[in-house]
Design a protein around this ligand. Structure first.
Ligand code: 13P
Length: 250
């Protein structure tokens, strides 16, 4: 049985006070421990949020990025070891905003994944096609390449720790969601590629989240898809009641 997960990616939103208040509101309204809730606040909130959630059943914390190097002269960057030292256990890697605005390539992301795993962080590896790719009918090829170059150099034991988030770029922050047919189709494709590379056991146990304008209205039908194990949520994770409504959508 794959774990059900709803992860809230706050992106570059919330002051520390606002963030801690949001965590309090989510904690106060949460009543379902069967769904793992992962909160991904900005770096500077991590230690405080991790501290608040450390003994809370059904909650985990994620960073939104990490650097590929172990440490050193990289002004303004944050290492996987530093993230782990806050009590954070997860890290989002390869979000499309990082790929687009910060030029992160599959090759660089493979290094980040390796560094995260070396520090016992669980990577939430994001992939997904652009609208141009989908219109040109090369979306499967794009995602296949992202999997191959970003993840498929991992040994099976390491790959089996990774969570995948399918986030079609055209659905992120646009209010346009993938249809259940599109989401299930891609999740099934990802699982079949994993099966080809790592075999049935690992592919059936890999958690694949959907992200892209996921909200309280559409989460139920998305989460009902056979290969969709939950969501990676942006905008709708910034309000406790919306986030919790999504958590309650399985
Ligand atoms: P939205 O839910 O705001 O579309 O963002 C999705 C996302 O990028 C989560 O990582």
């Amino acid at each position: 049985m794959r774990k059900k997960i709803v992860a809230g990616n706050w992106k570059m939103n919330k002051t520390i006070a606002e963030g801690l208040q949001l965590v309090d509101e989510i904690l106060a309204g949460s009543n379902d421990d069967s769904v793992l809730k992962i909160i991904a606040p900005p770096f500077i909130h991590l230690a405080a949020v991790a501290d608040k959630l450390k003994s809370k059943e059904g909650f985990e914390v994620a960073a939104q990025n990490c650097h590929q190097a172990a440490g050193g002269a990289f002004t303004g960057e944050v290492s996987a070891e530093m993230i782990a030292s806050t009590g954070t256990n997860y890290v989002i890697i390869g979000h499309s905003e990082r790929r687009t605005y910060f030029g992160e390539t599959n090759q660089l992301l493979a290094q980040k994944v390796a560094m995260a795993l070396a520090n016992n962080l669980i990577p939430i590896f994001c992939l997904g096609e652009s609208m141009e790719d989908r219109n040109a009918n090369v979306h499967l090829e794009t995602v296949k390449q992202q999997l191959k170059e970003g993840l498929f150099s991992l040994l099976p034991a390491d790959f089996s720790k990774v969570i995948i988030a399918y986030e079609p770029v055209w659905a992120i922050g646009t209010g346009v969601t993938a249809t259940t047919h599109q989401a299930q189709g891609m999740h099934n494709f990802i699982r079949s590629e994993i099966n080809k590379k790592y075999g049935k056991d690992i592919s059936e146990n890999t958690i694949i989240l959907y992200g892209g304008s996921c909200n309280a209205e559409n989460a139920k039908e998305l989460f009902a898809c056979l290969d969709v194990d939950g969501g990676l949520v942006g905008g709708a994770s910034l309000k406790a009641n919306e986030f919790l409504a999504i958590v309650n959508s399985f």
